[in-house]
Design a protein around this ligand. Structure first.
Ligand SMILES: [Zn+2]
Length: 178
């Protein structure tokens, strides 16, 4: 059973209606959240669909959402953007357990935005990267890419100090004499 969300508050559920229904209620999420940010990145938009279903006295919210964000690349500091997937799987109940479930309000409507807000904050990237091979702001002077770092490590094992290379060209023939 799908119910068109109330256009004024598309992320609110009508609780009496929800508990009367069997099956799940789908809610379209199309939310611009330009004011939500951490020190590392800023949320742009949350989109997708979530489902609300009652289970006894509880409400189960599930869904897959896409979070568009932007923030400075951790290597080159250029503003970069990306999309993170959010898997929503939350339970609302009376006498909720803090940190585990959410409280069903005593009012007629359940606003899902505070819960989604929390999920978005947890999903914003802490270390945005413009691309996996970003070489940083000054790749010549300060190579910063992970690929370069690992290459350097690998090569340093095989690299021979040029002052010792001459030893490789020397031959010792005492054994042949003995
Ligand atoms: Zn970068």
């Amino acid at each position: 059973m799908t119910v068109a969300p109330n256009s004024d508050s598309p992320l609110c559920l009508d609780l009496p209606k929800l508990f009367q229904k069997t099956g799940s209620v789908a809610l379209a999420v199309n939310w611009d959240l330009g004011d939500l940010s951490t020190s590392y990145s800023q949320a742009q938009h949350l989109g997708g669909e979530i489902n609300a279903e009652t289970s006894g006295e509880k409400i189960v919210i599930t869904g897959k959402l896409s979070l568009a964000w932007e923030g400075p690349c951790r290597r080159c500091l250029e503003i970069t953007e990306g999309v993170s997937g959010l898997h929503i799987s939350e339970i609302y109940e009376k006498n909720a357990t803090e940190g585990e479930t959410f409280e069903i309000p005593s009012t007629q409507t359940l606003d899902l935005k505070p819960m989604l807000y929390e999920q978005v904050l947890l999903s914003l990237p802490l270390t945005p990267l413009c691309s996996s091979d970003c070489k940083g702001p000054m790749p010549e002077e300060y190579p910063a890419s992970a690929i370069n770092e690992s290459d350097d490590d690998a090569n340093s094992e095989d690299r021979i100090d040029p002052r010792w290379e001459v030893l490789g060209t020397m031959t010792f023939d005492e054994k042949e004499e003995n």
